[in-house]
Design a binder for this molecule. Structure first.
Ligand SMILES: NC(=O)c1ccc[n+]([C@@H]2O[C@H](COP(=O)([O-])OP(=O)(O)OC[C@H]3O[C@@H](n4cnc5c(N)ncnc54)[C@H](O)[C@@H]3O)[C@@H](O)[C@H]2O)c1
Length: 424
């Protein structure tokens, strides 16, 4: 069956039935996004508005696109990488009225160029609101596609890395649209980066290697929100965790949390599993690979796919071969073998199903409300990176607590007065 419908390019529309089932499962477990849709999104703000979305194509992101479509938006989606596309979900999305530029067959020689081509297709639809990943759309919009800037009301950014890039664009004085730092929402990074990345990174590692983590020396590089989650889940599985950091306070925090803290070159000698989560390039390089034990397993959970210097690893190796789905073996000249999971890209997406549905329910409720805020309030917002309004965070958290049958208290008027007063 053809993979092209209207403008969309997907691998095979015949895969749609399986994709619909996956999207239904995500819909059933997304009570917060469903309620946000019913209470806020249907007010006409999205009617006829093009929303360009760049996110991995799997069931949860697909459901965000479906919800925005239900709210009246014309939604176009592309994946940041062909390795992050579930073709059945892409096909189902087309059947649900979303324009999709994503196929796992696109697996490119030069993934950077391919990504730019896909992002460009999203921009050519003239989106009014962008839901961006690593500021890819925003960067193109302010360089090669400046002619489309006038259409754009604003962008909402999903990742830590993307928020930093948008702030850098603003610093240089080139950012011309308001950007909402969806990543910085408390309901995003406290749960998505920490628990979502923690659980799904280790699930992906265990599934793709079929090895156990209990008793293994796991080295976590970067002790930010993602690293904390990974370290905590690894320890919970019985691993002996070492943390590597460049920030002394974060390093001390890891120590106080019960982990060893070592420079990466030292940890390289004893570690059995290495997981990067920094958002920075060249965290594991040939210098580290040269010290690693035979059989060491490497993976990256950060958004930057050059945290592990895969090119350096390939050049150092005498032979590279696939040994399992999502696991490559690198034979080193001295006879050691190192294993890379998920090609050094975001491992929980390239070698796994991404975050748990309940986590993405929170994240995408935030994203949907950010997109809604931009669609409605853009005229009152200045170019730059904005924190999202506190009410959005509070509402999403309250909806989730309600959905799981939990509740919190409110301050009494006396307590509020006490907090505001310095005399008491
Ligand atoms: N895999 C996922 O699903 C997922 C989810 C959310 C975020 N991310 C990505 O993961 C990365 C980390 O996100 P975060 O929210 O934890 O960021 P963060 O800023 O909270 O933490 C990053 C940490 O890495 C440390 N670091 C920087 N360079 C280092 C180096 N060379 N060696 C050791 N440590 C170093 C920093 O000091 C910081 O503590 C980002 O790229 C982010 O976009 C991935």
């Amino acid at each position: 069956m053809s993979g092209v419908s209207n403008e969309s390019t997907v691998m095979d529309l015949g895969l749609a039935p399986e994709g619909h089932k996956k999207i239904e499962w995500a819909a059933t477990h997304s009570p917060v996004l469903n309620q946000v849709r019913d209470e806020h999104l249907m007010d006409g703000s999205f009617e006829g508005l093009n929303v360009g979305v760049v996110l991995p194509i799997e069931a949860k992101t697909a459901y965000l696109a479906v919800v925005l479509t239900e709210a009246g938006a014309d939604v176009t989606v592309a994946s940041p990488s062909p390795f992050m596309v579930q073709d059945d979900v892409a096909a189902a999305l087309v059947e649900r009225g979303v324009t999709v530029y994503a196929s796992s067959l696109d697996a490119p020689e030069d993934s950077e160029k391919e990504m730019e081509r896909l992002l460009d297709r999203v921009l050519r639809e003239g989106p009014g609101v962008l839901i961006d990943d690593r500021a890819g759309l925003a960067a193109l919009l302010h360089t090669t596609r400046r002619n489309l800037l006038a259409n754009a009301r604003g962008a909402s950014e999903e990742t830590t890395t993307g928020v930093a890039k948008m702030a850098a664009m603003h610093e240089e004085g080139i950012l011309e649209i308001p950007c909402l730092a969806a990543n910085d929402a408390r309901c995003k990074h406290l749960f998505d980066n920490r628990y979502g990345t923690g659980q799904s990174t280790l699930t992906a590692l265990m599934q793709s290697t079929n090895l156990m983590l209990g008793g293994k020396r796991v080295v976590v590089l970067g002790y930010g929100w993602c690293g904390k989650g990974i370290a905590r889940y690894a320890a919970g599985l019985g691993a002996r965790v070492t943390v590597c950091e460049v920030d002394p306070v974060r390093g001390l925090e890891a120590y106080a949390d019960g982990f060893d803290v070592l420079p990466a070159l030292d940890a390289a000698e004893t570690g059995e599993v290495f997981i990067t989560a920094t958002g920075v390039r060249d965290v594991l390089t040939p210098e580290h690979f040269g010290r690693m034990r035979n059989g060491a397993i490497l993976a990256n959970a950060g958004a930057v796919d050059i945290e592990v210097d895969v090119a350096g690893l390939s050049s150092a190796a005498t032979e590279v071969r696939d040994v399992r789905r999502d696991v490559e073996e690198f034979a080193m000249p001295d006879g050691r073998r190192l294993y890379l999971v998920g090609r050094g890209m975001v491992v929980n997406l390239t070698a796994g199903d991404g975050h748990p549905v309940e986590i993405m329910d929170l994240t995408f409720a935030i994203q949907a409300l950010c997109a809604h805020h931009l669609a409605k309030e853009y005229a009152t917002m200045s170019p730059g990176v904005h924190r999202l309004p506190k009410e959005i965070d509070d509402e999403v958290a309250a909806l989730k607590l309600d959905a799981v049958g939990m509740g919190i208290d409110a301050l009494t008027p006396e307590q509020e007065r006490y907090l505001r007063s310095w005399r008491e």
